[in-house]
Design a protein. Structure first.
Length: 254
């Protein structure tokens, strides 16, 4: 029988922690040998304490969704060592921040400089990946097959049911990238140096081009609203009632 649960790994001496979800063939409380599958945090696993937060999920998808919700809920906590969501597509903090914290200011800057030089998303011509020519043992390959990135896990994450639930859990203000400009998203995902380069490239590619919506007007179709945090938002007038029920007020404030 398969069991699915969501856990929290805690390092008592620092208070740092990591959320994860797990599929196992024993009762979650008996799955004592498993100490997490962290790839961005490398503590001494013998010192970790595992706390089972939720169990009795019916499907793998449900456990992944709950893990996602917890990571998003604690994304601003510096003790949280989750740096991306389970599907790996949405970074919560800049990899630059993680590198500087992990290796220290001096060594971290050297690593970031090397990354910027050799790899800004694509390897420069002539450079080879660090693992070119390496041969993995059968034991190592078997271990990889059992990880979260196995074919079985990818089937789960690519299923229509999982996509629908993930879309619901990340819609609107639940999304870490909600209400952010494309530059802010790049800055979070890649760090300021690469974000600046991508933004400058974008401006250069669009220089002299006429915006697709130039001359078009949405007058009458949209209206301004604001909340108690003095934040303005331009919305479709047909959605006004929904936002008012959520606590927004019609009109723009300065």
């Amino acid at each position: 029988m398969d069991y699915f649960y969501v856990y929290k790994m805690i390092l008592p001496e620092t208070g740092e922690y990591y959320f994860g979800s797990r599929k196992c063939h024993v009762l979650p409380e008996n799955d004592i040998k498993y100490k997490g599958s962290m790839c961005t945090w490398k503590p001494d696993k013998s010192k970790l304490i595992k706390e089972i937060l939720y169990k009795d999920f019916e499907t793998h998808q449900d456990a992944l969704i709950k893990e996602t919700e917890l990571i998003i809920e604690h994304r601003d906590d510096t003790l949280n060592k989750n740096f991306s969501l389970p599907n790996g597509t949405l970074y919560l903090r800049s990899p630059k921040e993680w590198i500087l914290k992990k290796y220290g200011e001096e060594r971290g800057k050297e690593i970031l400089k090397e990354i910027s030089k050799n790899n800004s998303g694509n390897w420069k011509k002539g450079n080879k990946p660090w693992n070119t020519g390496m041969h993995l043992t059968e034991k190592h390959l078997e271990s990889i097959r059992k990880t979260w990135h196995s074919e079985k896990r990818m089937q789960v994450m690519q299923s229509e049911e999982y996509s629908k639930k993930m879309s619901e859990s990340l819609s609107g203000e639940k999304n870490p990238m909600f209400d952010k400009t494309i530059y802010e998203v790049w800055n979070i995902k890649y760090g300021k140096e690469i974000a600046d380069k991508k933004y400058n490239d974008w401006k250069q590619n669009h220089k002299g081009k006429i915006p697709w919506n130039k001359g078009k007007t949405n007058r009458g179709k949209r209206c301004w609203i604001h909340n108690n945090l003095k934040k303005n938002k331009l919305i479709l007038r047909e959605n006004l009632e929904k936002f008012i029920l959520d606590g927004w007020t019609k009109g723009k404030i300065h």
